[in-house]
Ligand binder design. Structure first.
Ligand SMILES: [Zn+2]
Length: 235
């Protein structure tokens, strides 16, 4: 059952890959930012996709100079499009590299705080939901590689992390790194009320992995993992 499901997702992933960028943009523009998922009437928890960073906060920078915020968004938008094939309309914490900050947020720190608070409110207002936050890792040396899944302290997060970790291990043997409880210093993941995971998809400091993470093909595989992990977690 799960094997068929995975094959189906990968087929859908290839289909997305074959669709012109214009069609993907159409799917995305028709997706209301805060739409509650229950498109298929099953009443399952909403999927919240959180592309980390954005706006004044580019996050980590890859060895080729690409900002983490862009890669996080690329993967999240592919997951959003792929979810659409399953009748799932994710709640997106952002759909652009631009972020509208309140007028009184003058410094980068104030902007980051305002953005984090806005995401916290959006996530916790969604009610019954599963949060998947998308990030990229970076280390001081080029050796470390592979993804890592961090889980929030909320009930149900560990199971979501295990499900996603198992799927990540299917797309690259480097991804077989287990799951870890999120650190107390990550504000958002410690202030959500729903199950949530933060995926560090790979290391931007590893040249080969950075190339993968910047490729549409690997981004689609990650998108399939995200959507598949969500569906398996709420089914
Ligand atoms: Zn990050």
């Amino acid at each position: 059952m799960k094997k068929n499901f995975w094959a189906g997702l990968m087929a859908a992933s290839l289909l997305v890959s074959a669709i012109a960028a214009g069609a993907m943009a159409l799917i995305m523009s028709n997706t209301p930012k805060s739409a509650m998922i229950d498109m298929d009437g099953r009443g399952r928890a909403a999927l919240i996709l959180d592309p980390g960073h954005g706006g004044a906060d580019g996050g980590a920078v890859s060895v080729t100079g690409t900002y983490e915020s862009k890669l996080n968004l690329d993967i999240a938008l592919k997951a959003q499009a792929l979810a659409g094939f399953y009748g799932i309309v994710p709640v997106m914490t952002r759909t652009s590299e631009e972020i509208d900050y309140p007028g009184d947020a003058g410094t980068i720190h104030a902007k980051k705080v305002a953005d984090t608070k806005a995401r916290e409110a959006l996530i916790n207002d969604a009610g019954d939901a599963v949060l998947i936050s998308i990030h990229q890792n970076k280390y001081t040396t080029s050796g470390p590689k592979g993804s890592q899944v961090f889980f929030a302290p909320t009930e149900g997060s560990t199971q979501v992390a295990e499900t996603i970790q198992a799927l990540l291990a299917q797309i690259s043997e480097d991804n077989d790194r287990g799951i870890v409880k999120i650190g107390k210093n990550v504000y958002l993941m410690n202030h959500i009320t729903c199950p949530g995971v933060l995926i560090e998809c790979g290391f931007l400091s590893n040249p080969a992995e950075a190339r993968s993470l910047e490729s549409a093909e690997y981004q689609l595989k990650l998108a399939a993992v995200i959507v598949g992990g969500y569906i398996q977690s709420v089914s």
